[in-house]
Every structure is written in C-alpha cells, then in structure tokens.
Design a protein around this ligand. Structure first.
Ligand SMILES: Cc1cc2nc3c(=O)[nH]c(=O)nc-3n(C[C@H](O)[C@H](O)[C@H](O)COP(=O)(O)OP(=O)(O)OC[C@H]3O[C@@H](n4cnc5c(N)ncnc54)[C@H](O)[C@@H]3O)c2cc1C
Length: 651
C-alpha cells in the first residue's frame, strides 16, 4: 500500500492484513491521517473562559479561536483510535520499550508498531534532576510496597520496604536518579558462560555504544563510549567541594580517579548522568520524541495492558487486551508481541496470561498455557543511607533552602546549570571490592552525596523511601539545617534472592513482592564492611578541612546496642535498608537446559510463539552497576534480533 506522508511516500509492504485495509480506507480521511498519539506535555491545563472587561463578541471570538486551536492540536498530535492490528505490539514505554519502538519503526519497509503505556507523558518538573526524590510520591510511579519481611525496613512505614517504579512515557527513566553506570564486562561474560549465546561483553558492547552520545568532560573519546547515539551522557555541571574530598580520599586508599565505566579499570569517578544540558533525558525524550511524526509508530498513553491472548492450539500470541478510559479493547498483532513492562509489570502480565508456575496459577484459577518459573527469581540491589558525617563548616554541602530558590530555577531553566542540576545530590560513584568479595568483581558501590538524607530536613528524600517520621526525626532530627556528607553503599552482588507472585487475578492489583533482603548472612557482612570503609574515608585527611565527624543516629529500633558497635550497625542497616530500585531476573533469560529460565537468549518466551520479554526482568544475574544503561542496551539488541528474524520473512 502506498500512503502519502507529508514528507515522503511511505510504503507498507506486508499485505494482506486487516489493519492495512483499515489504514488504506482511512488514508484519505483527514482526521485519521495524522494518527500520532504521543505529545510532549499534558494538555489538560484549561484556560479561564471569562476575562474581565471583555465584550460578549470578543469573548465569543476568543472561545471560537481557542476551540480551533484545540482541534488543530488534536489533528496535529492525533487523539484518534489506534489500528486494529499492528506488526509489533510493545507493552511498556520504559527504558527498553522506548528504544525498541524507535528502532523497529525506523526501517523501510516500515513495520507498524503500537507502544502501549499505562503512564502519561512527562512534564517540566520531571526534567529537574534535583527533584528526583519528589517524583517518588507522585502518580508518575507505581507505588509498590513489598510484603512485610521480619527484620528489614524496620524504620519504614508498616515496616515494609518501598519499591516505586516509573509509570510514564519513558518508564522508570522518568523518575530514576539518572546515574549512567554500565557495570563490568565480567557481568556479561558470566551471563554468556551460563549458556546465553550472543550476550558476552564483546557482543553487547556495540549496543551500549550505539545508543550513547558521550558528552563527558574527559572521557568522551574513549573507545567504549558512543558518540553518535541519542542517549546523551554527561557530567553534572554543578558540584560541591565534598566530591573532591571523596575522590582524594579514594586515591589515598588506592582507588584512582577514573571513568568508572572504563571496562579495564576500577576506581572512583565523577558521576555520569543521562541528561542533556542539565535536564533529565528520559528514554522517551532520547528515543521517541524526535519520531513523533512517524506514521507507523503509535503510542497509546494511559492504556493498561491486562493480558496477552494466546491461541490454545498453536500456542501463538496474537493479541493484547488493554484498558483505556475504562473501556476494555483488544489489539491484534501480526508478527510479535514484546513485553517491556518492567521487572514487575512483565511477570505480572505473563502470569495473568497463563504463563507462570503451574501450581500458583492453578491456585488462582488461571488456565495454564506454559508452566514456567515466572517471578521465582528476583534480585535487587539494596542500599544503606544511614551513615552520615556531620561537618563543622558552613556552606560546604547542599541544603534545601539554598537549592530551592528562584535564582537557581532561573539558572537551571536558562543554562541547565546550578544546584537544581544535581541528580538527587549524587556527585561521584566508586566501586570497591570488600574483603568478602569472592571473585574479581566489586561487591560495593559508593554514591558520594553533596550532603545527606538530612539536606531537605526530612522532606522528600526520606519519604522517597517511606522512612517514618518517628525513625527520621528521632535519628536524624538533630542534623536539621547542618552541613553533612554521606556516601551511600549499595550491595552489588546480593546473595539473597527474592520472588514475586500474583496477589489475585485482577490486573489492577499489585503483585506480592518478597525481597528476602539480607536473608543470606553474607549480604549483611558485606554491608558492615562497607560501613567500616566509609567511616575510614570520612575520617581521612581529605575530609579534615570540613572537620567531619561520624554521626551515630540514635535509632529508636537500636537503643539496646552500644552506639557504633557491630550490633548497632547491623540493627541500623536493618532499620534503614532500602531498595536501590534495580530489581531484575523475574523473567530470567537462560538456555533450554536452565529450569528457571523464562525466556531464551533471543528473549522468546519458552513454550509460546511470537512473544518476547525485553526489560530488566530478563537479566539473569545482578549487575555490578545500575540497570538503566543495560536495559537500553537490551532494547537495542532485541531490535537487532527481531530485524534478523523478520528480514527475510513475508508474513
Ligand atoms: C527511583 C528509581 C531510581 C533509579 N535510579 C537509577 C539510576 O540512577 N541509574 C540506573 O541505571 N538505574 C536506576 N534505576 C533503575 C532503572 O531506571 C530501571 O531499571 C529501568 O528504567 C527499568 O527499565 P525497564 O525498561 O525494565 O522498565 P521501566 O522503565 O520501568 O518501564 C516499564 C514501563 O511499563 C509500563 N507498564 C507496566 N505495566 C504495564 C501495563 N500493564 N500496561 C502498560 N504499561 C505498563 C510502566 O508504566 C513503565 O512505563 C532507578 C529506578 C528507580 C525506580
């Protein structure tokens, strides 16, 4: 079919299918021609229809013009119905789904892609790096609270750990801390050695490079960084002097100041963020916004997928059921359905569709399509934000009254610079191998903050972890308004493994999340090593000029232990442990021989055809870095795999 586009002639070659007819029949209908569903910011800010001192005629004319404007806008951005059928349906416009959708729609002949997203588009405030913690309380997140686990998250509301995930066009990349940290080459070499062909470091490096446009001050020409991609990686324009003290202390302890993404070296380095000129660059901004005018890419926002429909006989996935505006609809797929709904959303959808542990599904009365260990592995990085140094010097650290000012806002808006450009205060990242590390990989990440969790006096930061008023004010209230420094340790190689399962058969219920945090004693021992290490850093020569002293919070949960004793620290960790929001492995990738694998090394769901999963859930082992960069790489890689699958097929 040839369809005339404003810029060029677009040819869709894969006849016959019903959506094609639909497209053809409607091609001359002006309201249908510009079906584009993504728009940059929400449009629901209605203007006041009455104005003082306005004649009735002028008011009529203004209203008429305003209606025309709205109609034009609707025509431009297209708020029409999607097709009945697409070549590919991707569920979830997050870190992985965004890049995948962009790549699958760039080729000619053009394939049609529907991207279904439960969340809505970003807004200006989500671009401000310093507001990251505030976003965790908004409806840009799925506010998942984990099941109660005795002995952890003692300081959190209901003693349950909080695990928010992004719910937006852009997914968790709209709400995350923006840190770009790939992990180590051995992560992928181990994954490949487990039988996952095509996933060694050398295999995946080109896909990291493909997306990236490094704008780093010093390392942008390093061979492992990309220069031509859409994902801008830069250094934070603003920093406090504390970062220099952290890096100097690191050097004194034998950790060179380097690019921490360098595959050859381990050390500490200035934080690298996914941002453009100090503004958050979500995966949607990087990969989707520039392609809003692609006719073959439809992005349906605030549309929640509820089930994948799978043919009973052939075991082929053929459609997705979703709910938008309270109406249930079905959209059919001609080639493949990809779930990129994240490490909680994707396993939930699989299980609702009959793919999951047989016993669990049967208990809920869900007919079993494939008996797979969906949700049975869940690794998460955990952090301990409870080790804080008090500084006996003023104006050394970030304090909210200094950050949230009009001049800072103007500076950020105009130049993308200033205090608002710091991503939740993170200034540097360091990788360490504790004495307990079993292999060549670091087991601790340190994030040096230009202040601490007290910088906003118990406002958004502690609330982003759901730390209670009682815990916070009793433990840290004394630091209010004081200059502080902290390094947050994150456990990179957790031995403890959690799992998730459905709460019930409603797609609107949050799955039950069991973190099993610290259930392996080695995890606690490693975190205690991290505490000792940070104590030495903070008490070292480099921090002397700030007259830094370790602050020992009187946690209400730990009053029976001597302050600073090992038992005290263990209790402190149990009180303040938080998810680093990097859950993985819930739809684990693995070879056929792996009984726990849900998808094969080409991300195809075992036992079902034309269904793949691509997001954090397929990563089979914890990574030695953060997860966002890896998920974008996975999107790039899957686009390549899908292209290879369909390049010679006339369906
Ligand atoms: C608060 C926070 C801070 C983080 N900080 C960092 C960091 O600094 N650096 C880093 O590397 N990583 C960080 N991460 C992790 C990283 O951002 C995520 O691992 C990554 O974005 C996940 O990508 P994904 O594609 O797997 O899922 P997501 O990006 O979460 O995308 C999943 C998408 O699917 C949508 N969805 C889910 N269910 C449905 C459904 N049924 N129907 C339709 N749509 C659905 C969701 O709304 C979401 O948009 C952080 C995460 C969080 C939450």
């Amino acid at each position: 079919i040839d369809i005339y586009d404003d810029e060029e002639l677009v040819t869709i070659e894969d006849e016959p299918y019903s959506a094609a007819n639909n497209f053809e029949n409607n091609a001359n209908n002006p309201s249908f021609r510009n079906v584009r569903i993504l728009w940059p910011y929400p449009f629901n800010n209605k203007s006041d229809p009455t104005k003082d001192n306005e004649t009735p005629e002028a008011a009529d004319m203004r209203l008429h013009l305003s209606k025309l404007k709205t109609q034009n806008r609707k025509a431009r951005f297209g708020l029409n119905q999607p097709f009945e059928e697409y070549d590919y349906i991707i569920v979830g416009a997050g870190s992985t789904g965004s890049v995948l959708a962009a790549r699958l729609t760039e080729d000619k002949p053009r394939a049609t892609v529907l991207l279904l997203e439960a969340g809505r588009p970003e807004m200006l405030l989500s671009d401000v790096p310093a507001l990251t913690q505030y976003l965790q309380q908004t409806d840009y997140v799925w506010p998942y609270t984990m099941e109660h686990q005795p002995g952890v998250c003692l300081g959190s509301e209901e003693q349950r750990c909080y695990m928010p995930r992004g719910k937006a066009v852009g997914g968790s990349s709209v709400t995350n801390s923006m840190v770009y940290a790939r992990g180590r080459p051995q992560d992928w070499d181990r994954i490949a050695a487990d039988g996952n062909y095509g996933w060694s470091y050398n295999d995946v490096l080109p896909f990291y490079i493909k997306s990236e446009r490094a704008e780093l001050r010093k390392y942008k020409n390093a061979p492992y960084h990309g220069r031509d991609g859409e994902l801008v990686v830069e250094n934070v324009p603003f920093k406090t002097g504390l970062v220099e003290a952290f890096l100097a202390a690191g050097r004194d302890f034998g950790h060179p100041t380097i690019d921490y993404n360098d595959p050859e070296q381990l050390g500490f380095g200035y934080v690298q963020t996914v941002s453009y000129k100090g503004h958050r660059l979500s995966a949607a901004k990087a990969f989707l916004h520039q392609h809003k005018r692609r006719k073959n890419l439809h992005i349906l926002t605030e549309a929640r997928a509820t089930r994948v429909l799978i043919d009973n006989q052939s075991k082929k996935a053929y459609a997705v059921e979703y709910i938008k505006n309270n109406i249930k609809r079905t959209v059919r797929c001609r080639r493949e359905i990809v779930l990129s709904a994240g490490p909680i959303g994707s396993p939930q959808l699989l299980m609702l569709s009959g793919i999951g542990p047989q016993e669990h599904l049967q208990t809920l009365g869900i007919p079993v399509v494939a008996d797979k260990k969906v949700g049975r592995s869940m690794y998460d990085h955990v952090s301990f934000p409870g080790i804080v140094f008090k500084l006996n010097s003023s104006n050394a650290s970030l304090l909210e009254p200094k950050v949230a000012t009009l001049p800072n806002l103007m500076q950020w808006l105009q130049f993308g610079d200033g205090l608002l450009a710091t991503p939740g205060g993170v200034e540097a990242i360091g990788y360490l191998k504790s004495p307990l590390s079993e292999d060549s990989l670091p087991d601790i990440e340190l994030a040096s903050i230009g202040g601490s969790l007290t910088l906003d006096a118990g406002g958004a930061i502690r609330k982003s972890w759901k730390i209670t008023d009682k815990t916070y004010f009793k433990s840290f209230g004394a630091l209010s308004g004081t200059d502080t420094w902290q390094a947050i340790p994150t456990l990179l190689q957790p031995k403890s493994k959690g799992f998730l399962e459905l709460r019930d058969t409603s797609p609107f219920s949050h799955p039950k999340l069991f973190g099993n945090y610290l259930s392996d004693p080695k995890d606690m021992a490693t975190l205690i090593e991290a505490v000792k290490y940070i104590t030495r850093l903070g008490e070292s020569q480099s921090f002397r000029k700030y007259d830094a002293s370790l602050y020992l919070p009187p946690y209400p949960t730990c009053s029976s232990y001597g302050l600073g004793s090992d038992q005290y620290w263990e209790c402190a960790i149990r009180t303040m442990i938080v998810s680093a929001r990097d859950p993985t492995s819930t739809c684990k990738m693995g070879p056929q021989s792996d009984p726990d694998a849900v998808v094969d090394p080409e991300l195809r769901v075992y036992g079902v055809e034309r269904l793949r999963v691509a997001d954090a859930s397929v990563i089979p082992r914890p990574l030695t870095g953060r997860t966002n960069a890896a998920e974008i790489m996975i999107g790039e890689k899957l686009a390549n795999l899908i292209r290879n699958t369909w390049s010679n097929v006339v369906a």
